[in-house]
Design a binder for this molecule. Structure first.
Ligand code: ADP
Ligand code: ADP
Length: 226
């Protein structure tokens, strides 16, 4: 099944900014890098795929689903790691990830079990009963990844997962993303403004610029000139 498919997709924000203009794209399974400069429209495409915002024209499907009408199915089949901090400082990682599992439709006992398991996968098992507010930036990013994975989605949407990390943390996060994709057989769409950083873990790349799809020849030109 196609991960994300759009047809003449347009998103104009309230203030008038045209974030996506006539975007027709078909993103196939794998670890897919969604690349483009800041402001290119990457987050907007991800939010449209999740049904967090509505298009102003055109259509979009995620795993063949309509994000605006098939809300529950999208929530259970797609995991999302937002770009910015979404973490409650007073909750422990175990509590928060369990809570997010419940939000994605897991029964309470399953959510607790999966939260421990997922926190182990991201290397936070030992620290899972500590309040998130005391975590380092790298640990917080891994909690964000864990909450996206807790319900065992078919597709992970990661918005700039290396943001705010030091070089070592960035490499560790990308290694983790690659391992999740290959070992768990989950498709991943990973947004980044750093083509050179993410291309090594990606099986394919989609590049957007100014809300439009870059032609694939420009993409190879981009790769050569990185
Ligand atoms: P990227 O993720 O590639 O950095 P975004 O999708 O966040 O790009 O943004 C695309 C364009 O839309 C940018 O010009 C940005 O400033 C604008 N934009 C994003 N969100 C909003 C919003 N809520 N209201 C108005 N403009 C927005
Ligand atoms: P996030 O991806 O976590 O929503 P963003 O960087 O896209 O964060 O933006 C933070 C908030 O500001 C969001 O609510 C977004 O929609 C809004 N926003 C982003 N760019 C603009 C813009 N140019 N004008 C108005 N609001 C914006």
């Amino acid at each position: 099944v196609t991960l994300i498919e759009s047809e003449s997709l347009e998103k104009r924000y309230g203030g008038g900014t045209l974030a996506l203009a006539d975007l027709t794209v078909s993103i196939e399974p794998g670890i897919v890098g969604l690349v483009g400069a800041n402001g290119a429209g990457k987050s907007t495409l991800i939010k449209l795929a999740l049904g967090l915002i509505a298009p102003t024209a055109g259509r979009i499907r995620v795993l063949g689903l309509d994000p605006l009408t098939e809300v529950e199915r999208v929530r259970s089949q797609v995991g999302y790691m937002p770009e910015h901090d979404c973490l409650p400082p007073d909750m422990t990682a175990a509590e928060f990830v369990t809570h997010m599992g419940r939000m994605s439709g897991l029964p309470a006992a399953t959510a607790r079990e999966r939260a421990s398991e997922t926190l182990r996968h991201v290397g936070l098992y030992e620290e899972r009963y500590r309040a998130i507010g005391g975590y380092s930036t790298g640990m917080k990013q891994r909690v964000k990844l864990a909450q996206a994975l807790v319900h065992d989605p078919e597709l992970l949407l990661l918005d700039e997962p290396t943001n705010g990390l030091d070089p070592e943390g960035r490499q560790a996060m990308l290694g983790l993303v690659q391992r999740i994709g290959t070992e768990f057989g989950i498709s991943v769409v990973v947004c980044s403004h750093l083509l050179g950083e993410i291309e090594r873990i990606c099986t394919s790349l989609v590049a957007i610029e100014g809300g439009r799809l870059l032609r694939s020849d420009s993409l190879s030109a981009m790769t050569q000139h990185k």
